[in-house]
Design a protein around this ligand. Structure first.
Ligand SMILES: [Zn+2]
Length: 378
């Protein structure tokens, strides 16, 4: 069996061009993954996501566990089948939502007790339970259950949080290895099943980040994520943490920075050697009328666009920019029409996906110029 991740080329600056062969889709990396919180990338139909070139999207374990329920999704054939998305999926561990949406949560070494934000019912998540839910959902990539350290956190707090994250990583991995073949679908051709990624935490302390990365690498996950970033710290600090961790991660495994960022950030991180990124920004901002364009950020609600016949981004080749004017998009937003969120989101996602496409092509060209192409699997 060929290894799931193949490094195709690498530049002197650390940028990596790769290919991640997941059971439902081979993903070209670096890749941006649109966020599909509740089994949907808000406001965009799946055929459109496919036509934009989205190869992998996220599903949120916390939300899908609460509604419609992971057992229900398993009975219906898993998340791919339930939501009719044939390409790759990544599920988060639920940890981030448990910690960010629940003021009344109670954390012990065993796990986290929290109340549903939907109906107030009480739930208990352990690393084992998070993995069980993710196996029921059946995403191509699952994430270890972690505690996302808040910002700011003093050193003692960050250390304690990290202790928990590392203990939970080990438990997640052990449980996953014992049950990974229980997923409802089978990749008959290659015999592949789900993957599990570990998550590097450690707050904004470089030595804690390093210690966490080293321990997780010893545990031998299928891939490594850097979490707990973009939580209020400066961009310079985000960059420092990523730069600290990347060299410690094995070259032959995918590297994923969670929850970043603005267009220039995702480009920068991809050029440093980050293979995967996700962020709600392009979709959430779109619903509020903020468009990312080659000319900068454009707030489509502004009066100056009331009779502007130009496309949202003259340099963009997406179906929205090919067909509609800024004036029309502004009108839809003013009138509160649902099509507004749809069209704005399609453009923003196309813009983000185009950045990664451009970076991949430039990594390809750059690598042959400076260090030469690598043969697969080196
Ligand atoms: Zn566009």
């Amino acid at each position: 069996m060929t290894p799931p991740f193949q490094l195709i080329a690498e530049t002197a600056g650390g940028g990596r061009l790769g290919r991640l062969a997941l059971p439902h889709q081979t993903v070209e990396t670096p890749v941006f993954m649109p966020v599909g919180t509740q089994g949907t990338v808000k406001a965009v139909a799946h055929d459109v996501l496919e036509s934009l070139g989205a190869e992998i999207i996220l599903g949120n374990t916390y939300h899908l566990y609460l509604r419609p329920g992971h057992e229900s999704i398993r009975r219906m054939g898993g998340l791919h089948k339930f939501m009719s998305w044939p390409r790759a999926l990544l599920s988060d561990s639920g940890g981030f939502q448990v910690f960010s949406l629940n003021a009344l949560r109670k954390v012990t070494d065993d796990g986290v007790r929290f109340r549903s934000h939907l109906d107030g019912s009480s739930h208990f998540f352990t690393p084992e339970h998070s993995v069980d839910v993710q196996i029921a959902l059946g995403a191509d990539i699952c994430m270890a259950f972690d505690e996302c350290t808040e910002y700011p956190a003093d050193r003692t707090r960050a250390q304690e949080s990290l202790r928990l994250t590392m203990a939970w990583a080990r438990r997640s991995l052990e449980h996953f290895c014992a049950h990974r073949d229980e997923v409802i679908w089978r990749d008959e051709r290659e015999g592949r099943t789900q993957s599990l990624f570990g998550i590097v935490q450690g707050g904004m302390y470089r030595d804690l980040r390093r210690a966490c990365a080293e321990r997780l690498v010893e545990m031998d996950f299928d891939g490594y994520a850097i979490g707990g970033l973009s939580v209020g710290e400066t961009r310079e600090l985000t960059l420092k943490m990523i730069a600290e961790v990347l060299p410690l991660l094995p070259k032959d495994k995918p590297r994923y920075v969670m929850g970043v960022g603005y267009p220039d950030e995702i480009e920068q991180y991809a050029r440093m050697g980050v293979d995967m990124m996700d962020c709600v920004l392009p979709t959430r901002a779109a619903r509020h009328g903020l468009l990312f364009t080659s000319e900068g950020r454009l707030n489509i609600k502004n009066k100056q666009y009331a009779e502007d016949q130009n496309p949202p981004d003259p340099a963009c080749d997406c179906p929205v920019c090919r067909r509609y004017s800024r004036a029309y998009l502004r009108h839809l937003m003013q009138a509160g029409e649902p099509l507004s969120g749809t069209l704005n989101t399609i453009h923003n996602l196309a813009y983000y996906l185009a950045i990664m496409h451009r970076v991949r092509r430039s990594l390809e060209a750059g690598s042959s110029a400076d260090v030469g192409r690598l043969t697969p699997n080196t």
